[in-house]
Write a protein that binds this ligand. Sequence first.
Ligand code: C2E
Ligand code: CA
Ligand code: CA
Ligand code: CA
Length: 277
Amino acid sequence: AKADGRDSLRFFNADMQDQVHQRAELASAIYRALENDEFTLWYQPQYDAQGKILGMESLVRWEHPVKGVIMPGVFIPASEANGLILRLGNRILFKACTQLAAWSTHPLLGGLTVAVNVSASQLHNDAFVDDVCRILDETGANANLLELELTETLLVRNVEEAIVKMGRLRERGVRFSLDDFGTGYSSMNYLKRLPLEKLKIDRSFVRDLLTDPNDAAIVRTIVALGESLGLAVIAEGVETAAQRDMLATSGCCLYQGYLFSHPVPAAELEAGMTHTP
Ligand code: C2E
Ligand code: CA
Ligand code: CA
Ligand code: CA
């Protein structure tokens, strides 16, 4: 037993060292990827009940020259931990706004909103509001078509600060949606004080919608909440027609998910504009 204990201690330490090493490797790889401009945005369209496209969410991808496409789950949390998220976040915003400006004259994509995910360290950074405004100026993007997705957990950390910053950006035309809604700790009290436009029902509630009566009840509650607060409500992670129908029955008429389209590169979105399920 003693030997076991020593062994596991040794392995634990080796593992810790390994993790520290891996984290440092990943940080320098992300740093290089920023230098080499390997981060691109893919876009996933959002639809209304009539199947009309209303806008799209941008989702970052790391297009690694050797490893191929790397998903954000691998490098976003790491970038948050090592501080690179500020540079990466501004790069993402710049790319989304550049695309928004380029699409302004497109016959089908012009006038559609582009949503950008914003992480906690970005919002809480002192330069955030100025950064967004500067990027809007530099790219010539229409601020009224830029939507920033924030999460509940991000907002509760400093509600007063968030309200002030969101208010300043709202004056500039920028809209806000609350991502992964239902998984965090929103209180009614601050929900009504935040300058929000939209609630995004978290994918976890959509997934088991047909089998779990609690999830159907939660969806109906979020829809009612949205109605009483004057907010649009969109469901994310809609994968089947049955889920969409159940959402419609529950009063939710905005959808995003694999049923309609996976996230795709901009060029593919431009090419596939005629698709409706
Ligand atoms: P999220 O903001 O909740 O984004 C939705 C995720 O669900 C995306 O994963 C999307 O590809 C995926 N998804 C969309 N439709 C479906 C569906 O029907 N079924 C299922 N199972 N999944 C679906 P992705 O692209 O891997 O992004 C994961 C997370 O990484 C995002 O979750 C977001 O938190 C973060 N992220 C992505 N892009 C950015 C970014 O540009 N900036 C920041 N700060 N975070 C980002
Ligand atoms: Ca999102
Ligand atoms: Ca989400
Ligand atoms: Ca989510």
